[in-house]
Design a protein around this ligand. Structure first.
Ligand SMILES: Cc1ncc(COP(=O)(O)O)c(C=O)c1O
Length: 485
């Protein structure tokens, strides 16, 4: 899933024209979003540009049907600005030079160790030497895959998943992803099964068998907890089952916990389990703990994705040493590390900030879901984490003449049997929405099993959220009235 290989002739032409390595030339077949991203950002809705695009997924895309979606949370930007203004200090001795080197500032690691204890409930003390500071969770994924996978080797990942992971896995480290799928499993009922221990075991075993048939060597499992795009946390029993699977097949377990603290109360889902970190379970009984690696960052829970600061935690001394050799090439500025450390170390700020974030996430999630319910638009409702909801717009891409369709998520066969047609309509609907000023996350980007699902982010200002949603229903109404010919 690092993208289909380019025909040899075209590859050689690119290599010759630009003097590129085969590896770099291969990446040129990937669709690059940056021109489009720069253009889209110029036309975003704002007080001076009220008709501009309202992005309800804060933006987009990449490589051969694989796209990069960025979930941002600007709701607390003012708080962050205020904190930085008051707490930023310049210390040339520690920040301007090469300091302690690329592995990360001791002050930040100390702050993280204490944070992992208090907020992730780490079972064992987290030690400085077990952590490396890298450019965001994307940087951690790239480094981990580089260390774990030889070229073309794979991690299994449950679908749907955030498409940016494909970049972390494939673009430089040249690993690939093998999707674990659920809907064709015996006994599959609905998306709740994605959090069920036994269904996960079956899905992972299937994926491993499929990879073996395709001659793909699997090195590990990649798990996003909380789940993106479903917005739900995994129960402990399911995490243990996944770890048991890794133990049984001697695989690595990479836990992307970037949304760990972006959880909230959802009155419609009172039985929600809270976030449970791999650090708190430790998995000693299930698998080799040296093969468990946790990725975390300041991008989501601390609302500053643009600072590009993340942390890799692993008790695997060899892996940490190996990654240290390349961390010199992707170093996070000390000044950024110090800002994160200050946020973590200031108890009053951290606790107040997180509480406010939970409250705002709950409020904005409720605005979105109340709106969807009012307009009879189905969505995955068991959410309590992240900044988005996974929304079913299949009603707007199917042929009304097909009476089999029921808007209760049971249309799997219908959408499977006409897969290409419905994928095409999914894209056309997305394009039409974008042209009408509202950008959503397209199901294809998340490798959804069925066409017709979209991810809608709710962490934009309330006015913007309302405007975006009104634009959405307007277009949906038009599409429904027109039908598809
Ligand atoms: C599941 C997941 N992991 C990682 C990232 C990227 O994190 P970072 O900005 O720290 O690279 C994202 C961003 O949307 C994400 O959704």
């Amino acid at each position: 899933m690092a993208g289909p290989l380019m025909p040899q002739e075209q590859l050689e032409e690119i290599m010759a024209n630009y003097g590129l390595s085969e590896r770099a030339a291969q990446n040129m077949s990937h669709f690059l979003p940056w021109d489009m991203l720069e253009e889209t950002r110029k036309s975003l809705r704002s007080p001076s540009n009220p008709d501009g695009v309202q992005v309800l997924i804060s933006v987009l895309l990449l490589s051969n049907n694989v796209f990069l979606g960025v979930a941002e949370n600007p709701l607390l930007y003012d708080d962050v600005v205020e904190f930085i203004k008051e707490n930023l200090y310049l210390n040339p001795d520690e920040q301007f030079g090469y300091g302690v080197g690329p592995r990360g500032a001791p002050r930040l690691k100390m702050a993280l160790a204490s944070f992992f204890k208090s907020n992730f409930h780490a079972k064992k003390p987290v030690l400085e030497k077990e952590m490396l500071i890298l450019p965001g969770v994307g940087g951690v994924t790239d480094a981990l895959v580089w260390a774990i996978c030889n070229e073309g080797e794979a991690l299994i990942i449950p679908v749907p998943f955030w498409s940016g992971i494909s970049q972390g896995v494939g673009e430089r480290a040249c690993g690939r992803l093998v999707p674990a799928t659920y809907e064709s499993l015996e006994g599959y009922k609905d998306a709740d099964d994605l959090f069920d221990p036994e269904m996960n075991r079956k899905a992972l075993e299937n994926a491993l068998d499929r990879a073996a048939k395709d001659n793909i060597k699997v090195r590990g499992v990649m798990l996003c907890n909380p789940h993106n795009p479903l917005g739900r946390c995994y129960p402990a029993e399911t995490l243990k089952e996944i770890a048991r699977f890794c133990g049984k097949h001697d695989l690595h377990l990479v836990c992307d916990e970037v949304f760990a603290m972006s959880t909230y109360e959802n009155p419609d889902f009172p039985a929600a389990v809270p976030f449970i970190s791999a650090l708190s379970l430790n998995f000693e009984d299930e698998m080799n703990p040296h093969k468990v690696h946790v990725a975390y960052g300041m991008g989501k829970d601390f609302c500053i994705g643009g600072f590009r600061c993340g942390v890799l935690h692993s008790r695997n001394e060899g892996l940490i040493t190996a990654v240290s050799t390349i961390s010199v090439l992707q170093w996070v500025p000390y000044i950024v590390q110090d800002i994160w450390a200050s946020m973590l170390l200031d108890d009053k700020m951290r606790v107040g900030f997180m509480e406010k974030n939970h409250r705002l996430l709950a409020e904005h999630s409720s605005i979105l879901t109340t709106f969807l319910k009012k307009h009879d638009i189905p969505f995955y409702a068991k959410i309590n984490a992240g900044m988005f909801a996974w929304v079913n717009l299949q009603r707007y891409i199917y042929d009304k003449s097909l009476q089999e369709y029921k808007p209760d998520f049971s249309a799997t066969e219908l959408f499977r049997s006409n897969y290409k047609l419905y994928r095409d309509r999914e894209l056309k609907l997305w394009e039409r929405l974008l042209a009408s000023g509202v950008g959503l996350g397209l199901g294809t980007w998340y490798s959804s099993e069925e066409p017709g699902w979209f991810r809608i982010s709710f962490t934009v200002a309330k006015d913007d959220l309302h405007i975006g949603l009104e634009r959405l229903v307007k277009v949906l109404g038009e599409v429904e009235a027109e039908g598809w010919t």
